[in-house]
Design a protein around this ligand. Structure first.
Ligand code: AKB
Length: 320
């Protein structure tokens, strides 16, 4: 059975990725690592876990030589809004962590996955039907990290033969673990606030379209891409992924089908709005569909139903 090590395992994607991989590959074959301990009731504690600061390459290699994984999924990173507040720290963690993880993958011959983002695009990128190969001149530190990361992964593939694979994630929406420090986080917060208060004040303005995807589709995509036969992949740059594109009024309308009195208002954050305005409205995912069968299952209304049910269950469990 394939053995996998995951960094940033307690983050928004990492949490669900660890659990899904343990379901598929067996609990003992999936090692979760993060810079902090999981909370007492975290399901991540049910399998192997190690503390790891990804900027510490010696510790990373020590863990790999003990656990002997076949693949590394490197998820540890600061998201766009946090990175913009502290660009030097973002460079150290996002780039320092990535180069350490790639070096470790090279030395121990590991298959390698790390996510890029729609943040790798910038204001001069075509806004609509954004192709996989296009202009990438991002204006945020997160974007600079993501473009550099994409290039570094391609370099490790062509220069050293590391089996690197990557996707450009849109905003990911989930009720299991709330995100922190992203520009697309409004599209998660809105569901939690709709259930808790029946209203939400958005930091992203009316009319701002961004790509989004339900977390189940994102996790399935990572596993599908990692399992795709190497000779079927024509592209080694990050693959575009998206399940849908919407603006705040459209997500509100979808929520109002279940909570008719739900109210949306705006208090726009100039930093996150600036980042959102520099990103595409809707990207083209045809490369991913053609090369390795990317097929998201959730559209906006199906996701809204899943999110509202998930948040309600979570809130009810918290009351007990
Ligand atoms: C963010 O908003 O920073 C992330 C992303 C799109 O990469 N969710």
């Amino acid at each position: 059975m394939k053995r996998i090590m995951i960094t940033g395992a307690l983050g928004q994607i990492g949490t669900e990725l660890v659990l899904k991989c343990r379901e598929i590959y067996g609990t003992e074959n999936v090692l979760a690592t993060d810079i902090r301990e999981p909370e007492a009731d975290s399901p991540i504690k049910e399998g192997p876990f190690e503390i790891l600061d990804v900027t510490d390459i010696e510790r990373m290699k020590e863990i790999v030589s003990e656990f002997k994984p076949d693949a590394m999924m490197h998820m540890a990173a600061l998201l766009s809004a946090t990175a913009e507040k502290n660009p030097q720290l973002a460079w150290n963690i996002n780039m320092g962590g990535l180069v350490n993880a790639l070096e470790t993958a090279r030395e121990y011959d590991l298959q390698f996955f790390t996510p890029s983002s729609i943040g790798a695009f910038g204001p001069t990128t075509p806004k609509k039907d954004t192709p996989a190969l296009t202009i990438q001149r991002p204006t945020s530190m997160y974007g600079v990290n993501k473009v550099s990361g994409e290039l570094l992964c391609e370099y490790y593939h062509t220069k050293f033969g590391v089996d690197t694979r990557s996707v450009r994630f849109p905003g990911l929406i989930s009720y299991v673990k709330e995100p922190g420090g992203g520009t697309t986080d409004y599209a998660v917060e809105i569901y939690f606030e709709a259930v808790r208060k029946g209203e939400y004040t958005s930091f992203i303005d009316k009319g701002t379209y961004m790509d989004m995807m339900f977390m189940d589709d994102a996790i399935d995509a990572i596993i599908k891409l990692m399992e795709a036969p190497e000779d079927e992949l024509k592209h080694r740059c990050a693959f575009n992924l998206s399940g849908m594109s919407f603006e705040p009024e459209e997500i509100a309308a979808s929520i109002q089908k279940h909570i008719p009195d739900f109210k949306l208002s705006y208090d726009v954050d100039p930093v996150r709005q600036g980042i959102a305005d520099s990103w595409p409205d809707a990207i083209d995912t045809s490369c991913s569909r053609d090369e390795w069968g990317f097929a998201p299952k959730y559209d906006l209304d199906k996701m809204t139903e899943a999110m509202l049910n998930g948040v309600r269950e979570k809130e009810a469990a918290a009351q007990k």
